[in-house]
Write a protein that binds this ligand. Structure first.
Ligand SMILES: Cc1cc2nc3c(=O)[nH]c(=O)nc-3n(C[C@H](O)[C@H](O)[C@H](O)COP(=O)(O)OP(=O)(O)OC[C@H]3O[C@@H](n4cnc5c(N)ncnc54)[C@H](O)[C@@H]3O)c2cc1C
Length: 268
Protein backbone atom coordinates (compact mmCIF):
# COMPACT_ATOMS: atom_id res chain seq x y z
CA UNK A 1 0.00 0.00 0.00
CA UNK A 2 2.83 2.46 0.81
CA UNK A 3 4.73 1.75 -2.43
CA UNK A 4 3.48 3.98 -5.26
CA UNK A 5 1.83 2.21 -8.18
CA UNK A 6 3.05 3.68 -11.45
CA UNK A 7 -0.05 3.91 -13.66
CA UNK A 8 -0.85 5.13 -17.12
CA UNK A 9 -3.22 8.10 -17.37
CA UNK A 10 -6.18 6.44 -19.11
CA UNK A 11 -8.20 9.58 -19.79
CA UNK A 12 -8.07 13.31 -19.03
CA UNK A 13 -11.29 15.31 -18.62
CA UNK A 14 -11.10 19.12 -18.77
CA UNK A 15 -13.59 20.14 -16.08
CA UNK A 16 -12.96 23.91 -16.18
CA UNK A 17 -10.26 26.43 -17.16
CA UNK A 18 -8.23 25.42 -14.10
CA UNK A 19 -9.30 21.85 -13.21
CA UNK A 20 -8.60 18.55 -14.99
CA UNK A 21 -9.62 15.04 -13.94
CA UNK A 22 -7.10 12.24 -14.47
CA UNK A 23 -8.60 8.75 -14.80
CA UNK A 24 -6.70 5.58 -13.91
CA UNK A 25 -7.55 1.89 -14.00
CA UNK A 26 -7.87 0.63 -10.44
CA UNK A 27 -8.31 -2.86 -9.00
CA UNK A 28 -11.57 -2.59 -7.09
CA UNK A 29 -11.48 -6.22 -5.94
CA UNK A 30 -8.25 -5.90 -3.98
CA UNK A 31 -8.96 -5.39 -0.26
CA UNK A 32 -5.70 -3.45 0.16
CA UNK A 33 -6.57 -0.99 -2.63
CA UNK A 34 -10.22 -0.50 -1.58
CA UNK A 35 -11.10 3.19 -2.00
CA UNK A 36 -13.77 5.11 -0.11
CA UNK A 37 -15.26 8.54 -0.82
CA UNK A 38 -13.34 11.16 1.17
CA UNK A 39 -10.02 9.29 1.04
CA UNK A 40 -6.99 10.66 -0.79
CA UNK A 41 -3.91 9.51 -2.70
CA UNK A 42 -0.35 10.76 -2.72
CA UNK A 43 0.31 11.62 -6.35
CA UNK A 44 3.93 11.33 -7.54
CA UNK A 45 5.20 13.07 -10.69
CA UNK A 46 8.62 11.37 -10.16
CA UNK A 47 9.96 14.58 -8.55
CA UNK A 48 7.51 15.46 -5.80
CA UNK A 49 4.46 13.95 -4.12
CA UNK A 50 1.25 15.80 -3.18
CA UNK A 51 -2.04 14.79 -1.55
CA UNK A 52 -5.06 14.62 -3.87
CA UNK A 53 -8.60 13.50 -3.07
CA UNK A 54 -10.27 10.72 -4.99
CA UNK A 55 -12.99 12.50 -6.96
CA UNK A 56 -14.39 9.55 -8.87
CA UNK A 57 -14.84 5.91 -7.89
CA UNK A 58 -16.29 3.81 -10.71
CA UNK A 59 -16.56 0.17 -9.61
CA UNK A 60 -18.27 -0.86 -12.87
CA UNK A 61 -15.41 0.23 -15.14
CA UNK A 62 -12.73 -0.32 -12.47
CA UNK A 63 -11.57 3.30 -12.56
CA UNK A 64 -10.72 6.08 -10.14
CA UNK A 65 -10.33 9.79 -10.87
CA UNK A 66 -8.20 12.54 -9.34
CA UNK A 67 -9.29 16.12 -10.09
CA UNK A 68 -6.50 18.68 -9.94
CA UNK A 69 -6.65 22.46 -9.83
CA UNK A 70 -3.53 24.08 -11.30
CA UNK A 71 -2.26 26.39 -8.56
CA UNK A 72 1.53 25.99 -8.47
CA UNK A 73 4.57 24.06 -9.68
CA UNK A 74 3.41 20.50 -9.01
CA UNK A 75 -0.17 20.86 -10.18
CA UNK A 76 0.86 22.78 -13.32
CA UNK A 77 3.35 20.03 -14.19
CA UNK A 78 0.60 17.40 -13.90
CA UNK A 79 -1.75 19.49 -16.07
CA UNK A 80 0.88 19.39 -18.83
CA UNK A 81 0.71 15.57 -19.02
CA UNK A 82 -1.16 13.71 -21.77
CA UNK A 83 -3.24 10.53 -21.86
CA UNK A 84 -0.83 7.58 -21.85
CA UNK A 85 1.74 9.40 -19.69
CA UNK A 86 2.48 7.91 -16.27
CA UNK A 87 2.05 9.04 -12.65
CA UNK A 88 2.67 7.32 -9.31
CA UNK A 89 -0.24 6.78 -6.92
CA UNK A 90 0.34 5.88 -3.26
CA UNK A 91 -2.66 5.08 -1.09
CA UNK A 92 -5.57 5.24 -0.49
CA UNK A 93 -5.08 7.16 2.76
CA UNK A 94 -7.18 8.66 5.52
CA UNK A 95 -10.66 8.32 6.94
CA UNK A 96 -13.42 8.90 4.40
CA UNK A 97 -17.02 10.06 4.78
CA UNK A 98 -19.52 7.87 6.63
CA UNK A 99 -23.02 7.53 5.24
CA UNK A 100 -25.74 8.08 7.85
CA UNK A 101 -29.40 8.91 7.27
CA UNK A 102 -31.73 9.06 4.29
CA UNK A 103 -31.66 12.76 3.42
CA UNK A 104 -28.29 14.46 3.19
CA UNK A 105 -27.01 17.91 2.31
CA UNK A 106 -23.60 18.10 0.63
CA UNK A 107 -21.77 21.43 0.36
CA UNK A 108 -18.65 21.85 -1.77
CA UNK A 109 -16.70 24.98 -2.56
CA UNK A 110 -14.18 25.18 -5.42
CA UNK A 111 -11.87 22.17 -5.68
CA UNK A 112 -13.47 20.98 -2.40
CA UNK A 113 -16.11 19.48 -4.72
CA UNK A 114 -13.57 16.73 -5.55
CA UNK A 115 -14.00 14.45 -2.50
CA UNK A 116 -17.68 15.28 -1.96
CA UNK A 117 -18.60 14.44 -5.57
CA UNK A 118 -17.40 10.85 -5.04
CA UNK A 119 -19.58 10.77 -1.91
CA UNK A 120 -22.62 12.09 -3.87
CA UNK A 121 -22.22 9.23 -6.39
CA UNK A 122 -21.99 6.70 -3.58
CA UNK A 123 -24.95 8.01 -1.54
CA UNK A 124 -27.32 8.40 -4.52
CA UNK A 125 -26.35 4.93 -5.75
CA UNK A 126 -27.53 3.58 -2.37
CA UNK A 127 -30.87 5.40 -2.81
CA UNK A 128 -30.21 8.24 -0.37
CA UNK A 129 -31.82 11.62 -1.21
CA UNK A 130 -28.98 14.10 -1.71
CA UNK A 131 -29.15 17.88 -2.09
CA UNK A 132 -25.89 19.51 -3.19
CA UNK A 133 -24.76 23.12 -2.92
CA UNK A 134 -21.97 23.50 -5.46
CA UNK A 135 -20.17 26.81 -5.09
CA UNK A 136 -17.52 28.58 -7.13
CA UNK A 137 -16.36 32.04 -8.11
CA UNK A 138 -18.04 31.89 -11.52
CA UNK A 139 -20.09 29.55 -13.75
CA UNK A 140 -17.11 28.22 -15.74
CA UNK A 141 -15.46 27.05 -12.48
CA UNK A 142 -18.46 25.00 -11.26
CA UNK A 143 -17.46 21.34 -11.00
CA UNK A 144 -19.23 18.03 -11.73
CA UNK A 145 -22.75 19.59 -11.94
CA UNK A 146 -24.00 17.34 -14.78
CA UNK A 147 -22.44 14.23 -13.24
CA UNK A 148 -24.15 14.88 -9.90
CA UNK A 149 -27.51 15.67 -11.54
CA UNK A 150 -27.27 12.43 -13.55
CA UNK A 151 -26.64 10.52 -10.34
CA UNK A 152 -30.03 11.74 -9.07
CA UNK A 153 -28.88 14.51 -6.72
CA UNK A 154 -30.66 17.86 -6.61
CA UNK A 155 -27.95 20.44 -7.33
CA UNK A 156 -28.10 24.09 -6.24
CA UNK A 157 -25.37 26.12 -7.89
CA UNK A 158 -23.96 29.17 -6.23
CA UNK A 159 -21.52 31.68 -7.76
CA UNK A 160 -19.84 34.75 -6.31
CA UNK A 161 -20.53 36.75 -9.48
CA UNK A 162 -24.08 35.45 -10.05
CA UNK A 163 -23.29 33.90 -13.46
CA UNK A 164 -25.06 30.65 -12.46
CA UNK A 165 -27.66 30.04 -9.77
CA UNK A 166 -27.66 31.86 -6.46
CA UNK A 167 -25.39 34.92 -6.29
CA UNK A 168 -23.45 34.99 -3.06
CA UNK A 169 -21.79 32.78 -0.51
CA UNK A 170 -22.54 29.07 -0.21
CA UNK A 171 -23.31 29.65 3.46
CA UNK A 172 -26.25 31.95 2.57
CA UNK A 173 -27.71 29.29 0.25
CA UNK A 174 -27.18 26.63 2.91
CA UNK A 175 -28.97 28.78 5.52
CA UNK A 176 -32.15 28.80 3.38
CA UNK A 177 -31.97 25.06 2.71
CA UNK A 178 -31.55 24.31 6.41
CA UNK A 179 -34.60 26.47 7.24
CA UNK A 180 -36.81 24.69 4.68
CA UNK A 181 -35.65 21.08 4.86
CA UNK A 182 -34.97 18.40 7.39
CA UNK A 183 -31.56 16.81 6.79
CA UNK A 184 -30.15 13.81 8.66
CA UNK A 185 -26.57 14.82 7.94
CA UNK A 186 -24.40 17.45 6.26
CA UNK A 187 -21.11 16.77 4.45
CA UNK A 188 -18.76 19.55 3.39
CA UNK A 189 -15.39 20.33 1.84
CA UNK A 190 -14.08 23.67 0.67
CA UNK A 191 -12.42 26.83 1.96
CA UNK A 192 -12.04 26.48 5.73
CA UNK A 193 -13.89 29.72 6.51
CA UNK A 194 -16.85 28.45 4.45
CA UNK A 195 -16.78 25.21 6.44
CA UNK A 196 -16.70 27.21 9.70
CA UNK A 197 -19.87 29.04 8.61
CA UNK A 198 -21.54 25.71 7.88
CA UNK A 199 -20.26 24.19 11.13
CA UNK A 200 -21.85 27.05 13.12
CA UNK A 201 -25.19 26.57 11.35
CA UNK A 202 -25.35 22.79 11.74
CA UNK A 203 -24.51 23.16 15.42
CA UNK A 204 -27.48 25.55 15.77
CA UNK A 205 -29.73 23.08 13.93
CA UNK A 206 -28.32 20.05 15.83
CA UNK A 207 -27.50 18.20 12.58
CA UNK A 208 -24.56 15.75 12.54
CA UNK A 209 -21.96 16.87 10.01
CA UNK A 210 -18.63 15.79 8.52
CA UNK A 211 -15.97 18.13 7.17
CA UNK A 212 -12.87 17.36 5.11
CA UNK A 213 -9.81 19.35 6.22
CA UNK A 214 -6.64 20.17 4.28
CA UNK A 215 -3.32 20.45 6.03
CA UNK A 216 0.22 20.41 4.63
CA UNK A 217 1.18 16.72 4.25
CA UNK A 218 4.48 14.98 3.69
CA UNK A 219 4.41 11.25 4.51
CA UNK A 220 0.58 10.78 4.58
CA UNK A 221 1.02 7.65 6.68
CA UNK A 222 1.05 9.18 10.14
CA UNK A 223 4.79 9.12 10.81
CA UNK A 224 6.17 12.61 10.21
CA UNK A 225 3.68 14.66 12.27
CA UNK A 226 3.57 17.47 9.68
CA UNK A 227 -0.25 17.54 9.52
CA UNK A 228 -0.94 17.29 13.29
CA UNK A 229 -3.55 19.79 14.47
CA UNK A 230 -3.74 21.79 17.71
CA UNK A 231 -5.03 21.05 20.33
CA UNK A 232 -5.54 17.31 19.87
CA UNK A 233 -2.44 16.33 17.90
CA UNK A 234 -4.60 14.35 15.50
CA UNK A 235 -2.86 13.58 12.22
CA UNK A 236 -5.11 14.83 9.43
CA UNK A 237 -3.66 12.14 7.13
CA UNK A 238 -4.74 9.30 9.46
CA UNK A 239 -7.42 10.48 11.90
CA UNK A 240 -8.79 12.73 9.11
CA UNK A 241 -9.06 14.26 6.63
CA UNK A 242 -12.76 13.85 7.44
CA UNK A 243 -13.86 14.93 10.93
CA UNK A 244 -17.30 15.00 12.56
CA UNK A 245 -18.48 18.28 14.12
CA UNK A 246 -17.92 17.00 17.66
CA UNK A 247 -14.30 16.30 16.72
CA UNK A 248 -13.82 19.67 14.98
CA UNK A 249 -14.94 21.30 18.21
CA UNK A 250 -11.72 19.99 19.79
CA UNK A 251 -9.45 21.21 16.97
CA UNK A 252 -8.55 24.65 18.29
CA UNK A 253 -6.84 25.73 15.08
CA UNK A 254 -9.93 25.05 12.92
CA UNK A 255 -10.67 28.19 10.87
CA UNK A 256 -7.95 30.01 12.85
CA UNK A 257 -4.65 28.90 11.34
CA UNK A 258 -2.77 26.10 9.56
CA UNK A 259 0.95 25.40 9.15
CA UNK A 260 3.18 25.58 6.08
CA UNK A 261 5.87 23.02 5.16
CA UNK A 262 8.24 24.43 7.80
CA UNK A 263 5.61 24.43 10.55
CA UNK A 264 5.07 28.20 10.54
CA UNK A 265 1.50 29.25 11.36
CA UNK A 266 -0.52 30.83 8.55
CA UNK A 267 -3.76 32.56 9.56
CA UNK A 268 -7.02 32.03 7.67
C1 LIG B 1 -6.12 15.70 2.00
C2 LIG B 1 -5.90 16.67 0.85
C3 LIG B 1 -6.61 16.49 -0.32
C4 LIG B 1 -6.42 17.35 -1.40
N1 LIG B 1 -7.15 17.14 -2.53
C5 LIG B 1 -6.94 17.93 -3.61
C6 LIG B 1 -7.66 17.68 -4.82
O1 LIG B 1 -8.49 16.78 -4.93
N2 LIG B 1 -7.39 18.50 -5.87
C7 LIG B 1 -6.49 19.52 -5.81
O2 LIG B 1 -6.29 20.21 -6.82
N3 LIG B 1 -5.82 19.80 -4.67
C8 LIG B 1 -6.02 19.01 -3.58
N4 LIG B 1 -5.30 19.25 -2.41
C9 LIG B 1 -4.36 20.37 -2.40
C10 LIG B 1 -3.10 19.99 -3.15
O3 LIG B 1 -2.35 19.04 -2.41
C11 LIG B 1 -2.27 21.27 -3.40
O4 LIG B 1 -3.00 22.13 -4.24
C12 LIG B 1 -0.96 20.96 -4.09
O5 LIG B 1 -0.12 20.26 -3.22
C13 LIG B 1 -0.31 22.25 -4.57
O6 LIG B 1 1.00 22.00 -5.03
P1 LIG B 1 1.69 23.01 -6.06
O7 LIG B 1 3.15 22.74 -6.11
O8 LIG B 1 0.96 22.99 -7.36
O9 LIG B 1 1.39 24.45 -5.46
P2 LIG B 1 2.15 25.28 -4.32
O10 LIG B 1 2.38 26.63 -4.89
O11 LIG B 1 3.30 24.52 -3.75
O12 LIG B 1 1.04 25.38 -3.18
C14 LIG B 1 -0.26 25.89 -3.40
C15 LIG B 1 -1.10 25.58 -2.17
O13 LIG B 1 -1.14 24.16 -1.94
C16 LIG B 1 -0.68 23.85 -0.61
N5 LIG B 1 0.19 22.67 -0.63
C17 LIG B 1 1.38 22.57 -1.27
N6 LIG B 1 1.94 21.37 -0.98
C18 LIG B 1 1.09 20.74 -0.14
C19 LIG B 1 1.13 19.49 0.54
N7 LIG B 1 2.16 18.65 0.42
N8 LIG B 1 0.09 19.15 1.33
C20 LIG B 1 -0.97 19.99 1.46
N9 LIG B 1 -1.06 21.18 0.86
C21 LIG B 1 -0.03 21.56 0.07
C22 LIG B 1 0.14 25.06 -0.21
O14 LIG B 1 0.14 25.17 1.21
C23 LIG B 1 -0.57 26.20 -0.88
O15 LIG B 1 -1.68 26.60 -0.10
C24 LIG B 1 -5.48 18.42 -1.31
C25 LIG B 1 -4.77 18.60 -0.11
C26 LIG B 1 -4.97 17.73 0.96
C27 LIG B 1 -4.21 17.94 2.23
Amino acid sequence: MHAPKVLEIKKIIKESDTVKTFIFDWDMDSQEDKVLPGQFMMLWNFQDEKPMSISLIDPINGEIGISIKAVGEFTTSVHALKEGDKLGLRGPYGRGFELKGSKILVVGGGIGMAPVSAFVDYATWLGVAVDVVSASLTETELLFVDRMKNSGAQVFTCTDDGTCGFQGFATDRVATLLENNSYDMVVSCGPELMMKGIYDMVEDHHIPAQFSLERYMKCAMGLCGQCCVDDTGWRVCVEGPVFWSHELKMIGEFAQYRRDASGTRLSF
